[in-house]
Ligand binder design. Structure first.
Ligand SMILES: CC(C)(COP(=O)(O)OP(=O)(O)OC[C@H]1O[C@@H](n2cnc3c(N)ncnc32)[C@H](O)[C@@H]1OP(=O)(O)O)[C@@H](O)C(=O)NCCC(=O)NCCS
Length: 212
């Protein structure tokens, strides 16, 4: 394991994961579970097979420092692919506050936009870091009614400590903030375009190979 003082962010690759990254899956799941414990929240639990499948399908982003695991995020689609969510964002403790989550989130968003250009992108989160990043990408706050009604998505909330609130309000409100990027909304598109411009200059530099 690298010492914190030896970490250089320019050496960290943010790439689309593939089946060669299955070796990291248990560590990814453990890191996500431990972070949820620290935050005192629940999480939509995912199995080894589920995350491996995401990697095989090219629906996950992994950050690596050499062969050391740094961070991860995966893409899910709901409601017959009309809705997409980038989920499970995690960065290993000693790599935090250096812009790695931002690079992962941006890469996942860009990858998902390429694959599902007409889908609405939603996010349900209590994390202020995620809200910040969503806003930068063009997401806007919405009510829960604007999210997918796919039961499979909402089942993921059952692992959360606040699930009783969601049940009591009949899925109208909860602790999390709902956010949506709607490609039919000109404001979202405008902000998205600004983001893409920025990507051309920064995010997709040769040092950050998005597609391998
Ligand atoms: C949340 C998390 C992914 C952030 O990772 P990170 O690499 O440290 O984030 P970055 O350095 O890329 O920061 C991205 C933005 O979020 C902000 N941010 C980061 N951590 C934050 C925090 N704890 N609270 C508020 N804002 C935060 C940063 O200031 C930055 O915003 P800016 O561009 O306006 O400066 C990381 O702390 C983590 O893995 N936490 C545990 C899991 C988790 O909470 N996941 C998200 C919910 S599913």
């Amino acid at each position: 394991m690298k010492k914190e003082s030896d970490i250089k962010t320019e050496n960290i690759d943010v790439i689309v994961a593939d089946d060669s990254h299955e070796v990291y899956v248990d560590l990814i799941l453990e890191t996500i579970a431990n972070a949820a414990k620290v935050r005192g929240t629940g999480i939509a639990k995912r199995s080894h097979a589920y995350v491996t499948q995401k990697m095989k399908e090219g629906k996950a982003i992994i950050a690596l420092d050499g062969d050391e695991f740094v961070g991860f995020m995966y893409i899910e689609s709901w409601g017959n692919k009309q809705y997409v969510a980038t989920s499970g964002l995690i960065v290993v403790d000693r790599y935090r506050n250096q812009g790695i989550a931002k690079r992962i989130k941006h890469a996942a968003f860009q990858l998902a936009r390429l694959r599902w250009p007409k889908a609405k992108f939603f996010s349900l989160t209590s994390g202020s870091a995620i809200m910040k990043m969503n806003t930068e990408l063009g997401y806007v706050p919405v009510s829960f009614a604007d999210l997918t009604d796919d039961e499979a998505f909402w089942r993921g909330c059952k692992g959360c400590v606040n699930y009783d609130v969601l049940e009591r309000t009949k899925r109208k409100y909860c602790i999390c903030t709902a956010m949506l990027f709607d490609p039919a909304n000109p404001r979202c598109i405008m902000i998205g375009k600004m983001f893409e411009e920025k990507c051309r200059g920064e995010m997709l530099s040769p040092k950050i190979p998005l597609f391998n």
